[in-house]
Design a binder for this molecule. Structure first.
Ligand SMILES: Cc1cc2nc3c(=O)[nH]c(=O)nc-3n(C[C@H](O)[C@H](O)[C@H](O)COP(=O)(O)O)c2cc1C
Length: 172
């Protein structure tokens, strides 16, 4: 059987039509802290409660998660999508801020963004090699809404003009 091979442009359009959240992944190994713009996030099981994030093997965040075995997922207010541009390269830490955004330490030592409207702290449960990316499946060890937020509207890819994913290009 010969299967059809969709053209890369078609595959891009198809894949970009999958709705995605936009958030920041917090990671840390020793003195090295990072925050990274992330769109591939989903719950994958109910018992245990597991969430998965797929992270480029070349990203600093990938190495920090492997070294520490933990990460945080920080969902952001839909009205403030500015951080996503800045956090698409390694972040600068000054005091307890990353790119000027205040963070605190979670149980595992990972940064949790004080401004996140919802956050989850995860311990790596399993890692799956997916080629260009590693799928980190995390067990949620702590999670909450920001104190002043009850029913937040969280940022999504469609709130910006950004795109991520599709077929591999130069640097992926
Ligand atoms: C809108 C947007 C969404 C992104 N989503 C992801 C993602 O889901 N997974 C990933 O590995 N990189 C994603 N990236 C790319 C990373 O943010 C970028 O490669 C970053 O430089 C890697 O971060 P680090 O090296 O500081 O860890 C996205 C970038 C943008 C702009």
């Amino acid at each position: 059987m010969t299967t059809p091979a969709p053209a890369p442009e078609t595959l891009n359009k198809v894949l970009w039509s999958i709705p995605n959240v936009l958030c920041l992944i917090g990671s840390r190994s020793g003195d090295e802290w990072n925050g990274m713009t992330q769109s591939w996030v989903t719950q994958v099981a109910m018992e245990p409660v597991l969430v998965a994030v797929s992270i480029d093997v070349k990203a600093v965040t990938n190495r920090l998660i492997k070294e520490s075995g933990s990460f945080s997922i920080n969902l952001w207010d839909r009205a403030d999508t500015r951080p996503f541009v800045k956090f698409s390269k390694p972040a600068t830490k000054e005091g307890m801020t990353l790119n000027g955004r205040p963070v605190r330490e979670g149980w595992t030592g990972v940064p949790i963004f004080e401004e996140a409207v919802v956050w989850m702290e995860c311990s790596v449960w399993q890692t799956i090699d997916c080629g260009t990316h590693d799928l980190f499946i995390g067990e949620i060890i702590d999670a909450a809404f920001r104190d002043d937020v009850e029913d937040p509207l969280v940022a999504r890819m469609e709130d910006t003009r950004m795109k991520y994913g599709g077929v591999k290009r130069g640097g992926h």
